[in-house]
Design a binder for this molecule. Structure first.
Ligand code: FAD
Ligand code: SIN
Length: 525
């Protein structure tokens, strides 16, 4: 069946929903979620959303902190755009009913996280993302112009390739006409035609064995654009959060927000010694790449699986009030954070790279925009400053709507796109092949493409991945499409891009550290 909309939005986190809410003022919108509306990285965010609120903070300070964390690789125009447009976007979030914590004087209660020189993080307790996601969903249901498709998985974006043309990365003006989409309930593949498409498919955590991301984070948008010959950038910059709760076997890994270090918690080795001062004068509040590498180093030197986070010196009632979700989760595991040290270790958390977009959120493919974690705007550079991603997502979703509406009347639906062709395929009889290959990708990436890299490890990862790639493409050609098989293809593409970009970078910068080139080159490429 073919469906036609002015705007097709693939993804239901803060980027996708905020785009949909604004685009619906100008035309019809289809919003796809491969899972349920509440299942998105957005809903997991703890720390909050960074923005300049009160003196003595200034735009200049937030810009300087972002550039510093980004380790010489940020796009200054993107940085200025996000930070200066943030307050207006926060106003909009407030108008949608999102509730951030306030002090008794009515002013917002601001948190501080690693790399921030001022208190500037708006939050709702320690479950800011849940609050945002719920408010966005409530707004979404109130909009008549938006049709929501839950359980609909976007398989491929549609381009001239689907009209039989040969498309390469040198083809001028590749255009996007919508997407092929799998209805997971009926197993039917629909053609969604759109004048403008937004990719807002979120992160890539599922590529690693341990991650803070829910299992929807399989990098689908990035893989789709890669297959469509669009430009993908900066994939080597994978962010590991320094302090995920050490609880082997749990996926996603539970996060211990960096805000708790802003509140006063300190990192200690298993024998109780503080160690961060050895690595950076900002101690436990240094930017994430530095803290994660320091913990990794301490753990490797001592043969330990975790370090401790200590908040026991703070007032117990205050700790419980600020961090109720963390308190409850740790108590369930027998750790009373007001009395006991919390065992933590670094885990995959965020991807700074992704689909390259300009200041209007446009990708290298015409009529295709990207926003949120799947995109690469240049804001984060080589390492994201904490709590800068939710704000980036909403600023760029806004920019994308503003740009798209200028052109929407010029575009028409491309009715020449054929229906999905699954002739010659049959059901994959062996699901175990898919799950086992998935596990192998996670293992390859966690073993060889983690916090510390080397040429040898990266090359070994690439040769192992090539085998999985060939087997999976073969399976894809023979099988009826399933979400699991598509996600496997996508994580393989994402893993390939991370390794390829990591091999290309002959230096250590931000989140990319390699023992073969331990120094930063003078200029970033
Ligand atoms: P998401 O919120 O991940 O939404 C993407 C959606 O797309 C998903 O719901 C998925 O189902 C859907 N989708 C994906 N592929 C397809 C497909 N093929 N077809 C259909 N639908 C698809 N950032 C901050 O700024 N501050 C924080 O405090 C913070 N804390 C965090 C804590 C945790 C534990 C995690 C995991 C992340 C945190 N982040 C934080 C990062 C931030 O939450 C994410 O970067 C941001 O929410 C991403 O939003 P998004 O809209 O791009 O994607
Ligand atoms: C955290 O709360 O530590 C996560 C913040 C972020 O990822 O931006």
């Amino acid at each position: 069946m073919t469906r036609k909309f002015d705007f097709l939005v693939i993804g239901n986190g803060i980027a996708g929903i905020s785009f949909a809410l604004k685009a619906s003022r100008y035309g019809t919108v289809a919003l796809l979620s491969k899972s349920s509306l509440d299942n998105a990285n957005t809903a997991y965010a703890q720390g909050g959303i960074a923005t300049v609120m009160y003196s003595p903070d200034t735009f200049e300070k937030h810009i300087a902190d972002t550039l510093d964390a980004g380790d010489g690789h940020c796009d200054i125009d993107a940085v200025e755009k996000v930070i200066k447009e943030a307050p207006a976007q926060i106003e909009e979030l407030l108008s949608w009913g999102i509730d951030f914590d306030r002090n008794d004087d009515g002013k917002f209660d601001l948190h501080k996280e690693g790399g921030h020189s001022e208190f500037r993080i708006l939050h709702h307790k320690d479950n800011t993302g849940f609050e945002i996601q719920q408010a966005l969903i409530r707004r979404l249901h109130a909009e008549k112009n938006i049709e929501v498709f839950e359980g609909y998985f976007a398989i491929e974006i549609l381009t001239q390739h689907h009209l039989g043309e040969v498309v390469t990365m040198h083809t001028p003006n590749i255009e996007c006409y919508g997407a092929y989409v799998l209805n997971q309930q009926t197993n039917h593949i629909h053609t969604f035609l759109a004048k403008v498409t937004l990719l807002a498919t979120g992160g890539i955590g599922s590529v690693y064995t341990t991650t803070t991301n829910p299992d929807i984070a399989t990098g689908d948008g990035i893989a789709m654009v890669h297959r469509a010959r669009g430009v993908i950038k900066d994939m080597e910059f994978v962010q590991f959060h320094p302090t995920a709760l050490f609880h082997p076997g749990e996926k996603p890994t539970f996060l211990i927000t960096e805000a708790i270090r802003g509140y006063g918690a300190v990192l200690r080795t298993q024998n109780g010694k503080e160690f961060m001062q050895k690595y950076d004068e900002r101690g436990s509040l240094a930017p994430r790449d530095i803290v994660a590498r320091a913990i990794d180093n301490e753990m490797k030197m001592r043969g330990h699986d975790f370090v401790y986070l200590d908040v026991t010196h703070k007032d117990a009632e205050e700790t419980k009030m600020h961090f109720p979700t963390i308190y409850k989760k740790c108590m369930e595991l027998g750790v009373d954070i007001t009395k006991d040290y919390i065992p933590v270790s670094p885990t995959q958390h965020y991807l700074c790279g992704g689909i390259e977009v300009d200041l209007n959120g446009r990708s290298s493919i015409d009529r295709l925009y990207a926003a949120g974690e799947c995109s690469c705007t240049g804001l984060h550079g080589a390492n994201r400053l904490a709590s800068n991603s939710l704000i980036e997502a909403i600023v760029y979703a806004d920019a994308a709507v503003k740009d798209a509406v200028k052109y929407i009347d010029k575009y028409s639906w491309n009715e020449m796109i054929p229906a999905w062709d699954d002739a010659g395929t049959k059901l994959p009889e062996e699901m175990v092949l898919i799950t086992q290959s998935f596990r192998e990708v996670e293992q390859i990436m966690s073993t060889y493409v983690g916090i510390v890299r080397s040429n040898l490890r990266l090359k070994r990862a690439m040769s192992r991945l090539e085998i999985l790639y060939k087997e999976t493409e073969d399976l894809f050609d023979r099988s009826v499409v399933s979400r699991e098989l598509c996600e496997l293809r996508n994580v393989i593409s994402v893993a390939y891009l991370i390794i390829k970009h990591a091999l290309r970078r002959k230096e250590s910068r931000g989140l990319h550290f390699t023992v073969d080139y331990p120094k930063r080159m003078h200029k970033s490429e």
